[in-house]
Design a protein around this ligand. Sequence first.
Ligand code: NAP
Length: 354
Amino acid sequence: MQSTTDPHILRHLGIHRVLEPQGALPQPAWKLDNTPVALATETLINVQKLHIDSASFTQIANVCERDTERMKIHMMDIVKTRGKMHNPVTGSGGVLIGTVEQLDETFVEKHHLTRGDTIVSLTSLSWLPLYLNDIKHIYLGRSEVEVEGKAILFRSNPLTKLPGDLPQSLVVAALDVAGAPSRVAALARQGQRVTVLGAGGTAGLLTLCALRQHLGSNGLIIAIEYSEQALLDIASLGVADILIQADATRPLELLEQVRKNYVGHDYLADLTINVVNVPNTEFATILLTRPDGRILFFSMATSFTVAALGAEGMGRQVEMHIGNGYMPDHGEVALQLLRDNPTLCAIFVKRFGS
Ligand code: NAP
């Protein structure tokens, strides 16, 4: 059996780039060596865009009062300090889009890549050494940042080639959150009642469509969303059975609203999927789920401590899953949903451009 300290495994994970603290893996490390030159076993990417994780982008936008010049300075500072785009407040990253400049031979075989291919990293930016020369533009409405820079990918890092049949900005937005719709097949059962919190966001809309395909016509989908415009988008999809405009950070009011909208029925969900982008929604999520139900906390703003202690205090044995950005389908489920559903695709074009 291979030892976990096998130097090859460590190198494939990128541990040789960790500067602080020594011995940490690249994601939890405080600082990486972001020298933009590929060493043996590394692949060098010419980076054109970052799609920042929504929890991170929202936090940076708020702290900089949505002033894009201040946001540029803030983001450059994070990358300079940490050698990666790893928001120290939210702990999250996002994905990058770029072209292959220098290629490790194992990557060629594993991903069928050639120099010049355009790729999307399916590894969080919080894992990857990133060097930025410049931030050219920040698109406030779509968590997107146009940059000039280089990134390093390690052998363990998943990625995908940019498909030619969908606009680039749609693909990047969908792939950033593709873990949520991908997990629907594993978690949802035909005929179940499923609640989605933050249902009008990028992950939310994809998840609703995946649920409808998976649950069939017997299943019931309750969509909870804060923004009025996003609720209109959900309605236009025609996949949710009950739509509720509510604030998931106010659990008791939310519970009352759900109860009112679902008079005479058991409103507790068999499965609740949390795809909100703000903190303090753990209680609402648990309260809306059956005591023996399941929860997928996909939101990066989720606190493990609050969720675990919350369920304990409520005396609920609910099974809680943590959303993970890796999916064996490499985002194909999410991209296929965009291909299959013209309304979903049109909403994405409206939000992210074409
Ligand atoms: P998004 O597009 O910003 O969607 C979040 C949605 O939640 C928005 O529609 C937002 O409405 C809504 N919302 C905000 N506050 C709310 C509240 N108090 N009550 C109810 N709804 C509220 O974000 P996304 O890109 O879909 O990402 C969703 C989450 O997944 C984020 O937390 C992101 O960090 C996380 N994520 C996780 C992974 C993983 O591997 N687990 C990977 C990528 C992303 P407004 O538009 O009005 O704000």
